[in-house]
Design a protein around this ligand. Structure first.
Ligand code: LM2
Ligand code: CA
Length: 441
C-alpha cells in the first residue's frame, strides 16, 4: 500500500513549478480542491544558491525552509490552507547532492568527509559512477553514511511536521536504492514517496530497482504520449504500447505528459504548451482519461530559453495566469479531466474502445465516463458510438462546464442503448462522466 500510487485513491496532482507558497495556498482553495486534485508538487523549498535561473533551486546550500518560494511561516500556512481544501503537498526533495560548490556547507553542517570524491563526468553504463560521481558538478552526498542519512531524514521529518504528505526524490537514480530505503525508514510518518528515475535501455541502474521504496516515474509514458501525439504513429495503436512489457506496474508509476526538464531540453520528443494547435491539450486530456499510473500535470511559466527563471522576481504574484504564467492546470479540459479521473476511478480499465483506424479514438471507463480524442489535423469526428453509459444528457466537460446542474456549453445525449453521437473538431476532444449528468435534453 505504501508503494502504491493509486492505492489510497490518488487521482492526479499538479506541479506548480516555481509558484510561491502564498499563491499555492490560494490555488488550493480556488482551483485544486474544487476540481479534485489530490496534491500539489512544490518547488524545492530548502535554501539554495542565490541565482535567478530556475535550476538554482536544485542546488541546496542548507535545509532551512527559505528562498524565493517564501518564508517558513508562509510555507506552513500554505500546507494548512491546502489541507483544509483537501489537497496534499508534495515536496521536491533534493537529497542526492548539494550545490556545485567546494564541499563545505556549514549551515547543515556538511564537510568534505560527507561527500563522494569522484568528480569525473558520469558514464551511465557504470553503476558506481552514476551513484557516486558529481552530477553536472553537484557535490554528491555520501548517502551511505549514517550521518548524511540522519541529516536528510531530519530535513524530511521537519517537512512532515509542517504537514507535508509526500516527496519527489530528485535524482533518485543517482542514489543506491538501499540508501533511499534507509532514509525513508527514518521518516516519522507514512508519506507518499515517488522517485525520479529516468529509465534508459542499456544503463546500469534501472527504475525497477526502486519500486520497493515507493512509486517511480515512468518516463516511457511521457515518451509514448509525445510520440503518438506528435503524429509519428497512428494514435489508435497507443493502447498497445502503454503498460506493455517492460513498463512499471500502474500502481507503481507516476506519469506525466511533460515535466520541467523535458519541456526545456527534450522538446522533439515531449509535448509542451509550445506545441502548435491543441496538441498538448488533447495529449493531457488523453493521459487523464487513460487508466494507467498516477498522473502529474505540469503547470508552467512562458519561457524562451532553457535557463530562464520565473517571471516577476521569481514569485507568482496575484494568481494572474495568462501573460506570464501558462497555468495548464486551469485549462478547462485539463482541470475537468481531473474530475473525470476522480469520478471514473472505480472502474480503472478501458471499455468500449472505438477508433477510425487512424488518429481518432474513443474509449469508456466501464460506464462511468467516455472520452473522444481527435488527433487528425483536418478530419472531424462525426460518429455514433457505444459509450456503455446510462441514458441521459451529459455536459461535455472539455467544451462546457456544469453549473448548478446545467451545462454552459456542449452537451452529449446518451440513449437507452448507451449510444451517443459525438462531433469533435480536428485536434480536439470531448468527454462525459457520471458527474456531468445534467437536466434537459
Ligand atoms: C533532476 N532530477 O534528477 C532535476 O529534475 C533537474 O532539473 C536537475 O538539473 C538535476 N536533477 C539536479 O538536481 C537542473 C538543471 C541543470 C542544472 C542543475 C543544478 O537541469 O541544468 O545545472 O539543475 O542547478 C546547472 C547548469 C550546469 C552546471 C550545474 C552546476 O545548468 O551547466 O554544470 O548547474 O553548476 C556545470
Ligand atoms: Ca549520489
Amino acid at each position: 500500500l505504501f508503494s502504491s500510487a493509486r492505492g489510497e485513491s490518488r487521482i492526479a496532482f499538479v506541479h506548480l513549478f516555481e509558484w510561491s507558497w502564498n499563491d499555492i495556498g490560494k490555488e488550493c482553495e480556488r482551483q485544486l480542491g474544487p476540481k479534485g486534485f489530490t496534491a500539489v508538487q512544490v518547488s524545492p523549498p530548502q535554501q539554495s544558491v542565490d541565482r535567478s535561473e530556475w535550476w538554482s533551486r536544485y542546488q541546496p546550500i542548507s535545509y532551512a525552509i527559505e528562498g524565493r518560494g517564501g518564508s517558513r511561516s508562509e510555507f506552513r500556512a500554505m500546507v494548512r490552507r491546502c489541507a483544509s481544501a483537501g489537497v496534499d503537498v508534495y515536496v521536491d526533495a533534493v537529497i542526492n547532492h548539494m550545490a556545485a560548490l567546494n564541499r563545505d556547507f556549514p549551515l547543515v553542517p556538511y564537510t568534505s568527509n560527507d561527500f563522494h570524491t569522484c568528480r569525473s563526468t558520469i558514464n551511465y553504463s557504470n553503476r558506481f559512477e552514476v551513484q557516486n560521481c558529481d552530477l553536472v558538478g553537484l557535490n554528491d552526498l555520501k548517502t551511505e553514511s549514517e550521518y548524511v542519512r540522519r541529516k536528510i531524514a531530519d530535513y524530511m521529518n521537519d517537512l512532515i511536521d509542517l504537514g507535508v504528505k509526500g516527496f519527489r526524490l530528485d535524482a533518485a537514480k543517482h542514489m543506491a536504492s538501499g540508501d533511499i530505503r534507509a532514509i525513508v525508514s527514518k521518516l516519522k510518518r507514512r508519506v507518499f514517496i515517488f522517485q525520479e528515475v529516468i529509465g534508459a535501455g542499456g544503463e546500469a541502474v534501472q527504475p525497477s530497482e526502486y519500486v520497493s521504496n515507493g512509486a517511480v516515474t515512468e518516463f516511457k509514458f511521457e515518451r509514448t504520449v509525445g510520440h503518438f501525439f506528435k503524429g509519428r504513429a497512428k494514435l489508435k495503436d497507443i493502447r498497445h504500447v502503454i503498460n506493455s512489457r517492460g513498463w512499471m506496474r500502474s500502481d507503481d508509476a507516476v506519469v506525466f505528459v511533460s515535466n520541467h526538464d523535458d519541456q526545456r531540453q527534450n522538446t522533439q520528443a515531449t509535448l509542451t504548451y509550445k506545441d502548435i494547435g491543441n496538441l498538448y491539450y488533447i495529449g493531457e486530456i488523453f493521459s487523464l482519461a487513460y487508466p494507467y499510473g498516477y498522473p502529474k500535470v505540469m503547470s508552467s511559466y512562458f519561457f524562451e530559453d532553457h535557463d530562464q527563471g520565473p517571471p516577476r522576481h521569481g514569485v507568482h504574484s496575484g494568481g494572474a495566469c495568462g501573460r506570464e504564467w501558462v497555468c495548464e492546470h486551469r485549462w478547462r479540459g485539463i482541470s475537468n479531466m481531473v474530475e473525470f479521473r476522480g469520478k471514473t476511478s472505480g472502474k480503472f480499465f478501458v471499455s468500449h474502445w472505438w477508433d477510425n483506424g487512424n488518429h481518432q479514438i474513443g474509449f469508456g471507463r466501464g460506464g462511468l465516463g467516455y472520452v473522444m480524442i481527435n488527433r487528425e489535423d483536418f478530419a472531424t469526428i462525426d460518429k455514433v458510438v457505444d459509450t456503455g453509459m446510462r441514458q441521459g444528457t451529459y455536459c461535455d466537460i472539455v467544451n462546457g462546464e456544469v453549473k448548478d446542474g446545467l451545462c454552459d456549453g456542449a452537451t452529449i445525449s446518451v440513449g437507452a442503448d448507451g449510444k451517443a453521437h459525438f462531433k469533435v473538431g480536428a485536434i480536439g476532444a470531448a468527454a462525459i462522466h457520471v458527474g456531468s449528468l445534467v437536466r434537459g435534453g
